[in-house]
Design a binder for this molecule. Structure first.
Ligand code: ASP
Length: 334
């Protein structure tokens, strides 16, 4: 049997992090080839091509690094890879995977993984996660599912996955949908059909900065005004409940939304924003009248990345409204 060709790139994070001595903390040091070499049995499931891309803590992976990783992954597929795996820090996987997913149009799986425990820790999970990610990347059933996140033998869609624990090995969840699949006896078992893929977003043609603000008790919206005045190109507000802000905050939304796009998401952690339920000042109905867009099912961080991609791609207001509507909707009809 010919083994699938899988390309693996390392971007840093805990999975790559070791300590120079007992007194210092771990920092990213190991590259893709070293990670691959640490996984027993990997050579029996795939032909691996390994390359180092970055050696970063994941909070420092930015838009430029994501674009470089995307270009690398596309080139690997064009050169014949059956699937691609990126290893990186877990702190930002829910963001990088989603951003990559907005642009990934190949049928071949692009799988992101990491580790909650560093390689020198007892019970390090990196090797098991890398093996599971390679298995998922090589499976025909993983094709046409966009970007997947594989952690702790669970498979998540980039669209829904979140890091929900700072330290636990089982840190990743998709609160709305559950995982799309699981790694069982050396293969992927999918629990949900593939969601229809949305049309790709245009490639970035300009710089864009999008602020993410969380509304809180007594918040009068001063930070949103400051963000607008500081030249941000868009603002996402993680609002109360299904998308609300206090009276004093709401008064500023007309002004801000007249200049730059304002997207209202929820700070609750699960569930969509509403459109037509509450009618008080600061409610979703009021904020929509004032010119804000609602994020729908998009979690605030993912809404920020979508708005960034739209602004960087040169989208105008109607295109932003349309994309938020499509990406914010539940993916299956009904
Ligand atoms: N701080 C690390 C990072 O995101 C955490 C991890 O990799 O799990 O780079």
């Amino acid at each position: 049997m010919t083994l699938p060709r899988i390309s693996v790139a390392s971007l840093g994070g805990t999975i790559s992090s070791t300590a120079a001595d007992a007194a210092s903390g771990v920092v990213p040091r190991l590259d893709a080839a070293q990670l691959v070499a640490s996984v027993p049995g990997l050579a029996n499931v795939a032909q691996i091509h390994a390359e180092p891309l970055f050696q970063l803590p994941s909070a420092s992976i930015g838009f430029a690094e994501c674009r470089a990783a995307l270009a690398w992954a596309q080139a690997q597929v064009d050169a014949g890879a059956a699937g691609v795996v990126l290893t990186q820090g877990t702190d930002s996987i829910e963001e990088t995977a989603f951003l990559l997913d907005l642009y990934w149009q190949r049928a071949q799986p692009l799988v992101v993984t990491g580790a909650m425990r560093s390689p020198q820790a007892a019970g390090a999970d990196g090797p098991a996660n890398l093996l599971a990610a390679v298995l998922a990347a090589g499976e025909a059933a993983s094709r046409k599912r966009g970007v997947l996140v594989v952690m702790n033998d669970t498979v998540h869609a980039a669209r829904w996955v979140r890091k929900r624990h700072t330290l636990a090995v089982q840190a990743f969840e998709s609160p709305e949908t559950g995982p799309v699949g699981a790694i069982i006896e050396g293969g992927v078992r999918f629990l949900h059909p593939a969601a229809p893929r949305l049309a790709p977003l245009p490639a970035p043609v300009r710089e864009a900065r999008v602020a993410l603000l969380q509304a809180g008790m007594g918040d009068d919206g001063t930070l949103a005004l400051l963000a607008r005045d500081a030249g941000y190109d868009g603002i996402v507000i993680a609002g109360f409940g299904s998308g609300h802000v206090p009276y004093a905050y709401a008064q500023h939304i007309d002004d801000i939304a007249a200049r730059i796009p304002v997207v209202i998401a929820s700070r609750t952690g699960a569930g969509p924003t509403t459109r037509a339920t509450y009618g008080y000042v600061g409610s979703e109905i009021d904020l929509i009248h004032r010119g804000a867009f609602m994020a729908g099912w998009l979690e605030a961080r993912k809404a920020r990345l979508l708005l960034w991609a739209l602004l960087a791609g040169g989208a105008d207001k109607p295109a932003i409204a349309d994309a938020l509507h499509r990406y914010g909707a539940a993916p299956l009809p009904g």
